[in-house]
Design a protein around this ligand. Structure first.
Ligand SMILES: C[S@@+](CC[C@H](N)C(=O)[O-])C[C@H]1O[C@@H](n2cnc3c(N)ncnc32)[C@H](O)[C@@H]1O
Length: 237
């Protein structure tokens, strides 16, 4: 059922990530050959979170990026990891409990409607979350609302490539011939087949820049990583 599912169905997205959570970190390492760690580090290097700042990690999943942020903003800074699914959050909490010196908290909420006060964060990140939102523009607007004027934000995700390009062809090959068969070994074939589906209507870099401006960001620039396979949208509130 997941392979034909559209990102616009929040309940199915939540169920999918609850199913995937116990194997998510292992599969992430395997499918990216560990490179997702490098891309997340690059994202933080570009955003430069510093000690004492307050950051939010939207769609935090199992919390590896939240913890990486917490290590940079410590000792006085804080991180809030937010996700709509309970299972990834429970893995995030267990992960954070191993590093109790960090000021990090977790919230189960929809990134489109966090219920948090406006203008409270110095920075925000979202890794592999935007693609799953039913309304990416609303997600960007909610992120913008949470940020103080001048705050930085960054969004990491797959890069939407045209199927006719060489890079787009490689992406399709990677998703169909590597990701899905490997995930199938973990009993998650349909959940990972959804990845290609979620990319179909995902805005490309230029469109993301336009949407971010529409959402109220002052500056937006999209860069690519991994020979164009991944994209990072860097934002200034
Ligand atoms: C692919 S995982 C990414 C997790 C983590 N950021 C990472 O990079 O490993 C996407 C996460 O987004 C969460 N998510 C999807 N839609 C959401 C929404 N509307 N609000 C909050 N979280 C959402 C899912 O539950 C899932 O944990």
């Amino acid at each position: 059922m997941y392979s034909s599912m559209r990102p616009g169905d929040p309940k199915l997205v939540e169920n999918l990530f609850n199913d995937v959570a116990p194997k998510y970190d292992r599969l992430n390492d395997l499918l990216s050959l560990g490179l997702h760690r490098v891309w997340k580090k690059q994202l933080l290097d570009w955003l430069r979170p510093v000690a004492g700042e307050d950051w939010i990690d939207l769609c935090c999943g199992t919390g590896d990026l939240s913890l990486a942020l917490a290590r940079r903003v410590r000792p006085e800074g804080t991180v809030l990891g937010l996700d709509s699914a309970i299972q990834p959050l429970s893995f995030a909490m267990a992960r954070a409990a191993k590093e109790p010196m960090h000021s990090i908290s977790w919230l189960r909420k929809d990134a489109l409607d966090t219920g948090l006060p406006s203008c409270q964060f110095d920075g925000a990140v979202m890794a592999y979350g935007l693609r799953n939102l039913s309304d990416p523009l609303a997600g960007l607007a909610e992120m913008r609302r949470l940020l103080k004027p001048g705050a930085r934000a960054g969004i990491l995700d797959f890069n939407h490539l045209s199927n006719s390009s060489l890079r787009g062809g490689f992406q399709k090959f990677y998703l169909r011939k590597l990701v899905v068969p490997i995930a199938a070994q973990f009993g998650l074939r349909h959940q990972y087949a959804y990845l290609e589906e979620s990319l179909k209507n995902f805005p490309d870099g230029l469109t993301q820049e336009t949407l971010a401006k529409e959402a109220g960001f002052e500056e937006a620039s999209h860069r690519t990583l991994a020979a164009g396979q991944m994209g990072v949208l860097l934002l200034l509130a």
